[in-house]
Design a protein around this ligand. Structure first.
Ligand SMILES: [Zn+2]
Length: 451
């Protein structure tokens, strides 16, 4: 390690008042995209924060919220990239907040406010982390670039537009996706991939109006047709029955399976606590648990709507039925292929009458787990936390990181904090976490040019 951890922590502590003040300014500006908040004030604020630190700032307009790119090009060979977002989740339910959501407040060494954790706190830690590395006199051997979007919580609707127009800006030697952090005595978790998702609504129509269920022998029942179609998609062993569905799925690698055997057992315990269960689907446990959760595709009925669902016994054949279905997909599956395969499957099984409406899709993406950038983050995390970080080849969820994946290695890293209340009322971050997050980033900036 080329940095001195204590020296970095001292600088971070010295800057702390300014750092919290910077966070306060950002949190106090409401920035929920779906609520059509005016994003101009936060763009002005961020531009100001970056420019006074010597970054060149460009604001790219999209059909939605603008994307801010702040760059410190120092003529180095390597570039460190940060992806963050300045938008936040809606604040409701308001009456459950103990302090106003858009006013940063501190209680018991925790900072509270909407966006404090997701993702304004990490953005500020990244900005002050870079600054601290310079203040420590390390002259980092890399260029720094921030890409900050304003629609992440709404599904990054227009990020693709930006990424396709500016692939050069996505190129880097390592991208910190929102956060990477380590705090003493806590294991860091790094996720180096995302599954893709393909989301459909399946619609079935029967006769033009609801029918008396006594007429069931002569009327089409869309509920039955939908249930039959759904049951043709997957069996009770959780195998997806669509022809060719698994053709593009990469088999697990030896290194990945090896990694799973080394996970501490309380990683699975945390899921048991989460769902208040001591047994998972099909008894999945150990390596099998992780293999299914991280590397395999899924098919899920997310919702069903048909017929009479109110109180009492209304004997009726509904005129229509609808199911929401998602497929989580893994490398090298493609959204386009899954769309085609599902249509083919429904037609082949006699369900040409079912209208499969595609709603949204994200591609899957993974950074190779032996990428030096990830290994470096793991080493720095161990140095800061005293514990071996857990590296997940992929998250089980999906996200826009796939748009960056073919241009840069990227990783998302967090530490477990059940009180962070991300997306919920009283969102918070431990002051200690902000401090160590900042110092961790300072260390990463310093190390990047040296590995
Ligand atoms: Zn979020």
């Amino acid at each position: 390690m080329v940095y001195d951890k204590e020296k970095l922590l001292q600088i971070v502590k010295k800057n702390e008042e300014t750092e919290i003040d910077c966070l306060k300014k950002l949190v106090n500006i409401p920035t929920c995209y779906d609520k059509h908040h005016d994003m101009t004030p936060i763009i002005t604020q961020l531009t100001d924060e970056f420019e006074k630190r010597g970054y060149q700032v460009q604001t790219f307009s999209t059909s939605g919220a603008p994307v801010i790119v702040a760059e410190m090009n120092r003529g180095m060979k390597k570039t460190l990239l940060f992806y963050n977002h300045y938008d936040v989740q809606p604040e409701e339910p308001l009456d459950e907040w103990k302090s106003p959501p858009y006013e940063l407040s501190m209680r018991n060494d925790r900072l509270y406010g909407r966006g404090v954790h997701d993702n304004k706190g990490s953005l500020v830690a990244n900005i002050f982390g870079v600054q601290s590395a310079f203040q420590a006199g390390y002259e980092p051997k890399c260029n720094i670039r921030f890409i900050i979007e304003g629609e992440e919580e709404a599904g990054s609707i227009h990020l693709e537009e930006f990424c396709k127009a500016h692939p050069d800006l996505l190129k880097s030697d390592g991208c910190v996706w929102e956060n990477a952090k380590a705090i003493p005595n806590q294991r860091s978790k790094f996720k180096a991939g995302v599954k893709g998702v393909v989301y459909f609504e399946l619609h079935v129509k029967g006769f033009f109006r609801d029918a008396h269920s006594g007429d069931a022998p002569i009327v089409v029942n869309p509920a039955w047709r939908l249930v039959w179609a759904l049951s043709s998609l997957k069996n009770e062993k959780e195998e997806i029955l669509i022809d060719g569905f698994y053709d593009d799925v990469l088999p697990p690698k030896k290194e990945e399976l090896e990694l799973f055997t080394k996970y501490p057992s309380d990683e699975i315990e945390q899921y048991k606590q989460l769902y208040k269960t001591d047994k998972f689907l099909l008894g999945r446990d150990g390596v099998e648990f992780w293999k299914e959760l991280i590397l395999k595709p899924t098919c899920t009925i997310c919702g069903l709507l048909t017929g009479w669902t109110g109180p009492g016994s209304k004997t009726v054949v509904g005129k229509e039925a609808m199911a929401k279905v998602d497929f989580r997909i893994v490398p090298n599956q493609k959204v386009f292929t899954v769309k085609q395969l599902l249509r083919k499957h429904l037609d082949k099984h006699g369900f040409s009458d079912i209208d499969a409406r595609f709603l949204t899709g994200y591609e899957p993406n993974r950074t190779q787990i032996d990428n030096p950038f990830i290994q470096m983050l793991k080493d720095v995390a161990k140095d800061f936390s005293g514990k071996e970080a857990v590296l997940f080849p992929s998250a089980q969820g999906s996200g826009p990181a796939y748009l960056f994946g073919s241009h840069t290695p990227w990783v998302f890293g967090d530490v477990f904090d059940p009180e962070s209340n991300v997306h919920a009322p009283n969102e918070s971050m431990r002051l200690n976490e902000l401090r160590y997050n900042t110092a961790f980033i300072a260390a990463v900036v310093t190390e990047l040019g040296t590995y």
